[in-house]
Design a protein around this ligand. Structure first.
Ligand SMILES: C[S@@+](CC[C@H](N)C(=O)[O-])C[C@H]1O[C@@H](n2cnc3c(N)ncnc32)[C@H](O)[C@@H]1O
Length: 363
């Protein structure tokens, strides 16, 4: 490679290789080129300080990728972003510190949004890791941090990981049949935004599924404390599937666009990626009263299921992945079961190695 670079650099340095050059001149030329090439390679090959933005995955500290772990190990400073998502053990950094063998700074929204320069200035002189639960660009964009880093001349490397955006695939609804994802914020007495409704309406009119991400409020200053001019923080809150459904039904009542109703089929998913994840399919009325347990929760409003999705969901129900499937759906769809559908069931039994007992459960 050094020889190739030398040939490339020679002319640009004003040095021409000529078979007729005298031997001494040739030696001198070679040494100038050698120095320039070494300098060039030293600069490009040198490991430069880096800001690593690393996805942690969804379950616990073990879900970091090998590439991510290697990066963390060589960093002098490690931050964990703690306001857009949550690992199964909550906000505690103890497990992460034990695995990485170094202290971790919890970066709240204020730190990331208002004091990012402190994180970035460290990255100019040493390697820094910025950890994000899930994937750094899955439903949370840390693009702002990347743009600011680039402006300051900080090198950035991203290490991806699993995200809620793809983990929802486990419920059997195909990822490419989802429309726009929505976020449902906690309603307050004076703030009840309905803007997500039109997106659901649009998705449903196109027969697409809607992933609803539910609000997280961590280290939010209380309104009263802001009025008093002295910040005091509210305890953390994570929206449950039950609250999300209450709010969705309120919005439907107010807007009346018939985007969905209490009988609309949904899937509730809690703590995806952890050992005690819970996934339940049912109507809004049914899911409204299910206890999904600890956070985090999200909800899928089902569009129009195709036959494969339907069969997979029913199978999941029998295997306990989706705890419950709405009975009326099964009856409705199976009464329309035609020859192609039966052929597909045959395909499933032969290719997915389902046994006859499971198939009977589905039917
Ligand atoms: C703003 S998104 C952050 C996504 C994250 N960066 C990722 O790639 O997964 C956070 C929301 O996604 C949903 N969510 C994230 N992780 C989840 C999990 N493990 N189980 C269920 N829902 C989850 C919750 O509704 C949560 O409020």
């Amino acid at each position: 490679m050094r020889a190739e670079v030398g040939l490339m650099l020679g002319p640009s340095l004003g040095i021409n290789y000529s078979p007729r050059s005298p031997p001494n001149a040739k030696v001198k030329e070679r040494s100038v080129i050698h120095d320039c090439v070494s300098q060039f390679l030293n600069e490009t090959e040198r490991e430069r300080e880096m800001l690593y933005i690393i996805g942690l995955g969804l379950g616990d500290e073990q879900d970091i990728t090998l590439r991510g772990l290697e990066a963390v190990k060589k960093c002098d400073k490690v931050y964990v972003e703690a306001y857009t998502s949550l690992l199964s053990f909550g906000l505690s950094t103890h497990a992460l510190e034990k695995l990485y063998g170094k202290p971790i700074t919890v970066a709240d929204r204020e730190m990331v949004e208002e004091k990012a320069d402190a994180i970035l200035s460290h990255s100019l002189s040493s390697d820094v890791a910025f950890l994000v639960v899930g994937d750094p660009f899955g439903a949370t964009t840390h693009t702002d941090l990347v743009v600011r880093a680039k402006k300051l001349g900080v090198n950035v490397k991203v290490v991806h990981n699993a995200s809620v955006m793809n983990a929802i695939g486990i419920c059997g609804l195909q990822l490419y049949r989802y429309g726009e994802t929505i976020s449902i914020p906690f309603f307050t007495q004076s703030w009840r935004p309905y803007s997500f409704y039109d997106k659901i309406l649009n998705n449903r009119s196109l027969a697409l599924h809607t992933l609803c991400l539910l609000d997280i409020r961590v280290k939010e200053p209380s309104l009263e404390s802001l009025c008093r001019g002295r910040k005091q923080y509210e305890p953390p809150r994570y929206m449950t599937i039950n609250t999300a459904i209450e709010q969705l039904l309120e919005v439907e009542q107010m807007r009346g666009g018939k985007a969905y109703n209490e009988d609309t089929c949904c899937v509730g998913l809690a703590r995806l990626g952890s050992d005690d994840q819970k996934i339940v399919a049912g109507t809004m009325r049914q899911l409204r009263v299910v206890d999904f347990g600890a956070p985090l929760h999200c909800l899928v409003i089902v569009g129009k299921e195709n036959m494969l999705e339907l069969v997979v969901r029913k199978l999941d129900a029998t295997r306990g992945i989706c705890a419950r499937a709405p009975i009326h759906d099964t009856v409705l769809h199976l009464s329309f079961m035609s020859v192609p559908c039966l052929m597909m069931l045959k395909y499933l039994t032969s290719n997915l190695l389902l046994n006859a007992k499971e198939l009977i459960h589905v039917i």
